[in-house]
Design a protein around this ligand. Structure first.
Ligand code: SAM
Length: 286
């Protein structure tokens, strides 16, 4: 006879508990609710309901993968960012809530500068920054770059889903090179670049290290390699009054501010995330 929701949850939670996951019960409930296209509240309230064998087989597969620390977002294929659902695959970083601070910073700058109309997002990944900006600021046109063609495909799909594909030009290539080649000046450069140093590899969580793309995480020995390229290349594409908005790593802000100053940038403002970490830095040419 087919299993009940309650029986499956008990089995899955027991399995995940032995695998060193932080929230085995929540993961078990979330994944089953997702597969059943129901809320977590529904599955908690209906433990006696039977689950068909096809769905049970898919759930068992997902629970085995989750037991190997595959992030839930790579199983469900989606992550919420700034109130919208984004498709994610293993080709892209899973959008993080702290990146919403960079989006907020750009939206505030757009409000203060009604003449701004063109921005670029460097290392767009899933497209979460570029697509959100396009949706939130209808006057904006954007370019979004990434070294990874697979990531750009995912970003394009997200732009299509959120009806802004016509306002974002997706450009493959390294850092600002494709934007420089296109020859357009822009008002804003925003980036959540790879910023983890190889030296910090040992402290990166297993889920991140094993499953998220290394090219989205690491940037040289101390994590500032791509940020350094942005500082040196951005003057070629930014209008004189334009801004550079960067997300930076935990405990990296001071080093990035010094690097910026040494490259001719003035640090104007920082945004702190919910954990009080200096997460987003706003620069202008000194
Ligand atoms: C930290 S992820 C950020 C993705 C997305 N913007 C977000 O916030 O979720 C960095 C992205 O930059 C891309 N990338 C890495 N090095 C790059 C480079 N030199 N030029 C352009 N993109 C790069 C990676 O492929 C990855 O998609």
């Amino acid at each position: 006879m087919s299993k009940t929701i309650g029986g499956l949850l008990k089995q899955a939670t027991a399995h995940l508990s032995t695998r060193g996951l932080e929230n085995p019960r929540t993961d078990a409930e979330y994944l089953l609710a997702f597969l059943m296209n129901r809320s977590r509240a529904f599955i908690i309230a209906h433990p006696e309901q039977r689950v068909d064998s096809q769905l049970e087989a898919r759930y068992t597969d997902w629970i085995a993968k989750r037991g190997r620390h595959v992030p839930v977002q790579y199983l469900t294929g989606e992550q919420e960012f700034y109130g919208r659902s984004f498709r994610v695959t293993e080709a892209v970083l899973i959008p993080r809530p702290e990146t919403e601070f960079a989006v907020e910073a750009v939206l505030d700058l757009l409000q203060q500068h009604p003449d701004f109309s063109h921005a670029v997002d460097i290392g767009t990944g899933s497209g979460c920054i570029a697509v959100t900006l396009a949706c939130e600021a209808p006057r904006l046109s954007l370019s979004a770059t990434d070294l990874s063609p697979e990531a750009l495909e995912v970003a394009r799909e997200n732009a299509r889903t959120h009806n802004c594909l016509d306002r974002i030009t997706f450009l493959p290539g390294r850092t600002l090179e494709p934007v420089i080649a296109a020859g357009n000046l822009v008002d804003l450069v925003v980036s959540n670049p790879p910023y983890i140093g190889y030296a910090e590899r040992d402290v990166v969580a297993r889920e991140v290290l094993e499953y998220e793309p290394a090219g989205a995480l690491f940037a040289g020995e101390d994590g500032t390699e791509i940020i350094g390229e942005l500082f040196s290349q951005a003057p070629s594409v930014l209008q004189a009054e334009g801004f550079l908005v960067l997300e930076v790593g935990y405990q990296q802000a001071l080093k990035v501010k010094q690097l910026g100053q040494a490259s001719g940038w003035k640090h104007l403002e920082s945004r702190f995330d919910l954990a009080g970490i200096e997460r987003c830095l706003i620069f202008r040419r000194a």
